[in-house]
Design a protein around this ligand. Structure first.
Ligand code: FPP
Length: 247
């Protein structure tokens, strides 16, 4: 699809390798229309599809979506059930199209909390898309940034206690190897929709030097042009990683 923004992204050339998204505002989108929250989430699934297509067009290699937080388990049972059902539906409906696009899906988070049916659906989409070389898609489900770091600390403490590692062996690389995002480079760009200026316990370790783009658009209204706009915003940034800029 022709897009003037996409042309500008390509001209600049500096496409973010890894884009992470906090998909927020499904509930408000539904409320504004007098609809149940579930319909907001369902509409949000269309934005997921559209954003993946946009990411492949722009040449983004890794996309990470915050689909369900550890805190989300505390939402009303009906909403949790409907989000899990949506995830299963997503796996069923999108598998063929994801394969065709070369998207390799990874599901990261506390998977042991999924029910059997959801676990099967996750296995199906992960196994079914293995080897896709165009885009790596990380779906963060039952995920929390603090929980992830705490889990790493426990893994490392156990290894030290077993004598496999000494305290002096511990460094950023060793810790990185214990995160859910093992071997995934940190996000270059983090997008948050719905105009909230918060990180909400998302990828706390990984976003140390990530550029932030916050848009007022509610997630169900988010489309590829909004993704391209975020990439163009990223391309205007001067990333210094704590160093001084090039003058
Ligand atoms: C935040 O909106 C969104 C979520 C908690 C769920 C995200 C899920 C989807 C976009 C659909 C399913 C995705 C996949 C990959 C199958 P909110 O409910 O917090 O909105 P609010 O802040 O307006 O209430």
């Amino acid at each position: 699809m022709a897009s003037e923004r996409l042309d500008r992204i390509r001209l600049s050339g500096d496409v973010p390798n890894h884009v992470a998204i906090i998909m927020d505002g499904n509930g408000r989108w539904a409320k504004q229309r007098g609809l149940p929250r579930q319909l907001g989430h369902r509409e949000g699934m269309k934005s997921v599809r559209e954003t993946i297509e946009g990411a492949t067009e722009a040449g983004i290699k890794i996309m990470t979506l915050f689909a369900f937080s550890t805190e989300n388990w505390n939402r009303p049972q009906k909403e949790v059930a409907s989000l899990m059902s949506l995830l299963r539906r997503y796996a069923r409906k999108e598998l063929d199209s994801l394969k065709r696009q070369g998207v390799e899906v990874h599901v990261l988070g506390e998977a042991e909390r999924f029910d059997d049916r959801t676990r099967d659906a996750v296995a199906m989409i992960v196994d079914g898309t293995k080897g896709g070389g165009t885009l790596r898609l990380n779906l963060m489900i039952s995920y929390g940034g603090r929980e992830e770091i705490l889990r790493s600390v426990k893994i490392l403490a156990e290894r030290v206690a077993q004598g496999e590692l000494t305290v002096d062996d511990l460094d950023e690389d060793v810790l990185h190897q214990t995160l859910f995002t093992v071997n995934v480079p940190d996000p270059d760009l983090l997008i948050r929709t719905s105009g909230e200026y918060r990180i909400s316990n998302f990828m706390l370790w990984q976003i140390a030097y990530t550029e932030l783009h916050i848009t007022p658009i509610l997630w169900p209204d988010f489309n590829r042009e909004h993704l391209f706009e975020a990439v163009l915003d990223y391309q205007r940034r001067d990333r210094r990683f704590g160093l001084i800029g090039v003058s």
